[in-house]
Every structure is written in structure tokens, then in C-alpha cells.
Design a protein around this ligand. Structure first.
Ligand SMILES: [Zn+2]
Length: 102
């Protein structure tokens, strides 16, 4: 049962890493999941529960990675400093061209 869960999680991670190019949020989640799973496996291995540790690490990684990716999905207005989603190209307040957040 636990093996199936871990396998399902890795499938999810794999899917995210393939289609992750679509948005930075998904890329962030995929990267976070991989990093989290790796870290979790190491932690779990040392406590004798590698699969469990990887699953927990991957779950936590998806959450934190998704947050990082979501943060990268914003654009800044260089004039007023407001932040907008990447779907906008110009600031609705002053019309300035939005720039990618670094
Ligand atoms: Zn503005």
C-alpha cells in the first residue's frame, strides 16, 4: 500500500517535470518535489523509513516549490511598484510596461 502511494507520488513528480514548462508555478512545484523527495529519502533512510521520508519530503516540496514558483509568476510595475500576474503586459494604473521579477 505504501509502495503504491510512493509510486503514485513519483508519477506525479514525473508528470510535473514533463509539463512543468507551462508555468513557473508548476516548474517550482516539480523542482520542489524532487528536492523534497531526495531530502526526505535521506532523512527517512537514516531513520529506517526511506519510502515514508521520500513521500513526506515530496509532499512538502510540492507545497514550498509551488509557493516559490507562484512568487516567480509575478511582474513588477517599474513606475508605481505594484505587482501583477504575468497575464498582464502593462500596468492598468499608469500604463507602464511591466517587468519580470527576478
Ligand atoms: Zn504602475
Amino acid at each position: 500500500m505504501r509502495k503504491n502511494f510512493v509510486f503514485g507520488l513519483w508519477s506525479l513528480v514525473f508528470c510535473l517535470s514533463i509539463v512543468g514548462c507551462a508555468t513557473r508555478t508548476q516548474t517550482g512545484a516539480g523542482v520542489g518535489a524532487l528536492a523534497g523527495a531526495g531530502l526526505g529519502a535521506i532523512i527517512g533512510h537514516q531513520s529506517g523509513h526511506a519510502g515514508e521520508g521520500a513521500a513526506i519530503g515530496a509532499g512538502a516540496g510540492v507545497l514550498t516549490g509551488g509557493l516559490i514558483g507562484h512568487h516567480m509568476d509575478k511582474k513588477d510595475c517599474p513606475v508605481c511598484g505594484r505587482k501583477f500576474s504575468r497575464s498582464k503586459n502593462n500596468c492598468p494604473y499608469d500604463g507602464a510596461e511591466l517587468v519580470d521579477q527576478e
